[in-house]
Write a protein that binds this ligand. Structure first.
Ligand SMILES: C[S@@+](CC[C@H](N)C(=O)[O-])C[C@H]1O[C@@H](n2cnc3c(N)ncnc32)[C@H](O)[C@@H]1O
Length: 335
């Protein structure tokens, strides 16, 4: 195979969203779940999903051409290992991510030009309110958001446990811990540890049954509130994964100062975020940074930017422990 030319590579970049929208529609229609019990034709799937059979066939054929499904000689489709990731009920399911990325995120990315011109978030412009207020009013989207966080960040918990030593942490507070899947996994990993989940009221209501079902309710406290109003939580470590990047320096500083105010002597701050590498180095964080511009109005940061942010909020950045790629634990203590 000859090396793709710059024109080939650019054409692939330009049409990249075709595939992400194909995957989104497959997720919306639940195609992978409908195929879980065996292969089906496009006509059968069209009946099950209320779709137009010929158009659905064209979508399935295109998805099969990129490895998501495969078509047999009788025109029946089955999922491949890639397609199985779109099932609802499988460990590591990516369905919620595909749902979320193809809806609010897709619309906001369509407005990137305006955000680059003005520096304002696309979400507030398109939906008339900040994303976390919108989620509080839209239960279905909020549930998808929580599940998408687990889909995209779920495997980071194990890498964090593998890379960062939690010894000496008897009480861990997960600030903005969402549906509690991260805290549950950490508590299961260390049966002696106690946990505190802190998040907004509608989020913790969805998290409570997960904590019960995981059998850790006896060592997991749930505290409800907004981290801008105060964080009335005493712990040995304050764990914030993908929280600080949602906010500009002013709001991120307010969250950190509220932790600084609440934390007992000797407690640690553990922020898990991408630390942007310098120069042209490829980095998922550099792409995610634009999502932060478009949706919540935050930013990914460099090591120097974290250091300055910590200092302004009364912390000393003690070390940066890499977890996976440019994702790291940015450890701090009162300073
Ligand atoms: C990007 S998600 C990260 C979730 C989780 N930490 C993870 O790594 O998957 C941001 C979280 O911050 C929570 N959040 C947003 N605004 C908040 C506020 N004012 N007070 C407390 N939590 C908030 C959201 O409900 C959500 O669970």
């Amino acid at each position: 195979m000859p090396e793709p030319t710059p024109q080939d590579q650019m054409a692939r970049m330009i049409t990249g969203y075709w595939i992400s929208q194909m995957v989104h529609v497959a997720a919306r229609l639940g195609l992978a779940d409908h195929l879980a019990d065996g292969p089906r034709t496009a006509e059968e799937l069209a009946r099950l999903t209320g779709s137009h059979a010929r158009s659905l066939y064209r979508l399935l054929r295109a998805l099969a051409s990129v490895g998501v499904f495969s078509e047999d000689g009788d025109g029946r489709f089955r999922p491949t290992p890639l397609g199985d990731c779109l099932r609802n009920d499988v460990p590591g399911s990516q369905r919620a991510m595909a749902l979320m990325m193809g809806e609010e995120h897709f619309h906001c990315w369509g407005d990137l030009l305006e955000s680059v011109r003005t520096g304002q978030t696309a979400f507030d412009r398109l939906y008339g309110q900040p994303i976390f207020d919108y989620l509080a009013e839209h239960a279905e989207q909020a549930e998808v958001f929580d599940a998408a966080m687990t889909a995209t960040h779920g495997r980071e918990t194990q890498s964090t446990l593998d890379s960062y030593d939690f010894a000496g942490i008897h009480v861990l507070a997960d600030i903005g811990g969402g549906n509690a899947s991260n805290l549950i996994a950490i508590l299961k990993h260390d049966p002696e540890m106690r946990g505190i989940l802190f998040d907004l009221p509608h989020v913790v209501e969805r998290a409570r049954p997960n904590i019960e079902a995981a059998g850790v309710a006896d060592r997991c406290e749930v505290v409800v509130g907004s981290f801008f109003d105060g964080i009335p939580v005493e712990a040995d470590a304050y764990f914030l994964r993908h929280i600080i990047h949602d906010w500009d320096d002013e709001k991120a500083g307010l969250i950190l100062r509220n932790i600084r105010r609440a934390m007992p002597g000797g407690a640690r701050l553990l922020v898990v975020e991408h630390v942007l590498p310098p120069g042209d180095e490829p980095s998922f964080g550099k792409l995610l940074d634009l999502t932060m511009l478009l949706l919540p109005g935050g930013a990914e940061r460099t090591a120097q930017e974290f250091e300055a942010l910590y200092q302004r909020a009364g912390f000393r950045l003690t070390r940066i422990v890499p977890i996976d790629g440019d994702l790291s634990v940015i450890e701090g203590e009162a300073g």
